[in-house]
Every structure is written in C-alpha cells, then in structure tokens.
Ligand binder design. Structure first.
Ligand SMILES: Cc1cc2nc3c(=O)[nH]c(=O)nc-3n(C[C@H](O)[C@H](O)[C@H](O)COP(=O)(O)O)c2cc1C
Length: 142
C-alpha cells in the first residue's frame, strides 16, 4: 500500500526539483516514493505497474508539447496500465501560459484517465508555493 511511482523528465532541473518535492510529500504521508527519470530503455511501465499510484512530470517543450523523445514514449507505454491507479500530472514551464498541461490533461481525459487532483504547474523553478503544491500532490497519491 502507498507505493507511488514518480516518472518524470527534466532538461534543466526544474521539473526534477518538483519531482523531489512530490517524493517528499509521499514520504510525509507514510508512502513509498519510487522516483524514475524517464528512460524508454528501462521498461518503467513494468515498475509502475507494481505501484498503487503514479505522478507524471514533464515540462513544456517543443511548442507547448510534452518532451517527445524520452518522456512521451515512456508515458505512452504506461498509459494502458493505469487502470485502478491514482494518477496526477506536474511540470514546469517558461514563457507560455500552461497550454501544454491543458492539452496533456485533455488527451488524458479522452483516454479515460481520471486525474486524482489538480495538476501542479511551476513557472521555471518551484517557489515556496510550488514546493507546497508538489508535496500536497504527493500526499494525495498515498
Ligand atoms: C526546447 C524547449 C522548448 C520549450 N518550449 C516551451 C513552451 O512551449 N512553453 C513554455 O511555457 N515553456 C517552454 N520552454 C521552457 C521550459 O518549459 C522551462 O524552462 C522549464 O522550466 C524547463 O523545465 P526543466 O528544467 O524541468 O527542463 C521550453 C524550453 C526548451 C528548452
């Protein structure tokens, strides 16, 4: 009970900092975080399948898109195995308005995924409020 996969990609460390705070929230709630930097070679969907919940983290890349060489293939491998798990999204963005996250949420909804809580977005590095939001997201998933 309470094993939470945190599968993320980060190029310059901001989403990675968020992932670490999600993990702290999981621990604070008595759960066990499994932090996984997305790697399509590692069959992380199998590791995720053994967890009760999963938080996916990816920054806005491309033109309001998910990072598509590493994160997207891992997310797509996980997507058919999400049944019965709590799922949440987080990520950092720069100059945009969060459009990448709205698109990601809409596509998830179309795929039948019900998110356990509001997604957490941070502009660049997480500030104090962002840290608290990431921890709360982690707690929700335990
Ligand atoms: C190649 C590239 C594309 C990006 N595209 C967007 C974008 O479409 N919208 C946006 O708001 N920020 C964009 N950004 C900014 C990043 O989302 C932002 O710097 C974020 O904090 C990076 O997170 P990370 O440190 O976890 O890699 C882009 C950054 C890079 C390097």
């Amino acid at each position: 009970m309470g094993k939470v996969a945190i599968i993320y990609w980060s190029g310059s460390g901001n989403t990675e900092a968020m992932a670490a705070e999600v993990a702290n929230g999981v621990k604070e709630a008595g759960g066990e975080p499994v932090l996984l930097f997305a790697d399509p070679e590692k069959h992380q969907e199998l590791e995720m399948a053994g967890c009760d919940a999963v938080a996916f983290g990816c920054p806005a890349m491309g033109a309001e898109e998910l990072e598509d060489t590493v994160f997207l293939p891992v997310y797509e491998a996980c997507r058919p195995k999400l049944g019965g798990k709590k799922v949440a999204f987080f990520g950092s963005y720069g100059w945009g308005d969060g459009e990448w996250m709205r698109t990601w949420e809409d596509q998830a909804k179309d795929a039948g995924i019900i998110l356990a809580c509001d997604s957490v977005l941070c502009n660049e590095a997480p500030d104090e409020e962002g840290v608290a939001a990431c921890r709360a997201l982690g707690k929700t998933l335990v």
